[in-house]
Design a protein around this ligand. Structure first.
Ligand SMILES: *Cc1c(COP(=O)(O)O)cnc(C)c1O
Length: 376
């Protein structure tokens, strides 16, 4: 059996090596390391794939969130509603910009932000909602957009984990996750579903004026070189990463299908077990399985992860500490929150190996070993 990894980017690379190496070589030959033609090509290819009017590339997914919040003109003290059960980047940029993060609960079955909790957390200071499409399925965007409309709020979709995920609106229209809110953001960190071989990120919007502002902010607040109209930052996707992404975007749907196939294998294997609750997908969204995360019922989680590790099976806890319990947010009132669902999930989730290169022998071995431990 091939060694099992949480993410296997090397095996995936070897299958597209020729195209990727050629793309990188072209950048080296052109010497256009920054803003070369692969960057423009990628932005335009991604905007067609997502069916969104504007794609602005940037340095990483955290910058993408920061630039989005800067472009919306939020003022210090403005409240931004986000889940506490997420990767730190989502909430960190809120604090970095001196905005006030307001942490709300997630749904116990989908791990995504609970629309009812959003509505309950709105105050006159609320300016934006940042749903995170956690683990690869979209949050309830239609309800979130309705709430945003009622209260005149911006919506920034943190789509770092769900690129390519399809969302079906009540009228049957299908949209890509990240293109429904005011702005969507994503990350091309190597382990993400569309991963570069270094850092990268992007911002999406259908709003022309916002797109122009996002582009300017990502480039030192300038439209014309050396004429800086606003305070921005320096955040770029480099040409080599864009060349890699241009190749990988052509394979994204096939990569998603491979992840879904692995997830279906796990689902079937764990179906009979009352110790393992497999991930549930909401009716309005696909699941692109950035992670395959289960809930353990009455299982010693530390013991399980040690047992798996001793059998050369990696596993991860995403995430061991929710935002409201991070010391980072102690000055933002983090400890005042009572989020029982978030805490409950934090203590029980475990993520299993999930990537495009898992074969049936590996999946069978992982499932067998996991069941062996929980049923003992
Ligand atoms: C990965 C990730 C980010 C940040 O992306 P980077 O490219 O690492 O900065 C933000 N939000 C979520 C939910 C992520 O998973």
């Amino acid at each position: 059996m091939r060694p099992i990894q949480m993410v296997d980017t090397k095996t995936q690379y070897l299958k597209i090596k020729e195209q990727v190496d050629e793309g990188i070589q072209r950048v080296l030959d052109s010497a256009a390391y920054i803003n070369g033609s692969p960057v423009k090509d990628f932005a335009s290819k991604l905007s067609s794939y997502l069916n969104v009017k504007h794609v602005i590339t940037c340095g990483n997914g955290t910058d993408a969130l920061q630039i989005a919040m800067m472009a919306l003109g939020l003022e210090p003290g403005d409240e931004v509603i986000t889940p506490s059960f997420t990767y730190v980047a989502t909430t960190e940029v809120v604090a970095l910009l001196k905005l006030q993060p307001v942490f709300v609960e997630v749904d116990k079955e989908t791990f995504n932000i609970d629309p009812a909790a959003i509505e309950a957390a709105i105050t006159p200071k609320t300016k934006a909602i940042v749903p995170v499409h956690l683990y690869g399925q979209a949050a309830n965007m239609e309800e979130i957009m309705a709430i945003a409309q009622r209260h005149n709020l911006f919506v920034i979709e943190d789509n770092a984990q769900a690129i390519g995920c399809n969302y079906t609106l009540a009228d049957g229209t299908v949209k890509k996750a990240g293109t429904i809110g005011t702005i969507g953001t994503t990350s091309f960190y190597p382990s993400k579903n569309l991963g570069a071989y270094g850092d990268g990120g992007a911002i999406f919007t259908n709003d022309d004026a916002l797109a122009e502002k996002l582009q300017m902010i990502a480039n030192h607040g300038q439209k014309v070189r050396y004429y800086h109209e606003m305070v921005g930052c320096n955040s770029r996707l480099d040409s080599i990463q864009a060349a890699v992404l241009n190749v990988k975007l052509d394979h994204l749907d096939q990569y998603i299908a491979a992840r879904q196939k692995a997830a279906a294998f796990y689902d079937a294997a764990f179906k009979g077990s009352d110790k393992i609750t497999v991930p549930k997908t909401a009716s309005f969204t696909d699941h692109v399985y950035h992670q395959y995360t289960v809930i353990l019922n009455d299982v010693d989680r530390d013991g399980l992860s040690k047992y798996l590790a001793s059998r050369q099976i990696p596993s991860m806890i995403y995430y061991p500490v929710p935002a409201h319990r991070q010391r980072m947010f102690s000055d933002f009132g983090g400890s005042n929150y009572n989020l029982p669902v978030t805490d409950w999930l934090t203590e029980r989730v475990i993520s299993l190996p999930m990537h495009t290169e898992l074969d049936e022998e590996q999946l069978q071995y992982i499932s067998d070993q996991l069941l062996q431990f929980v049923q003992q």
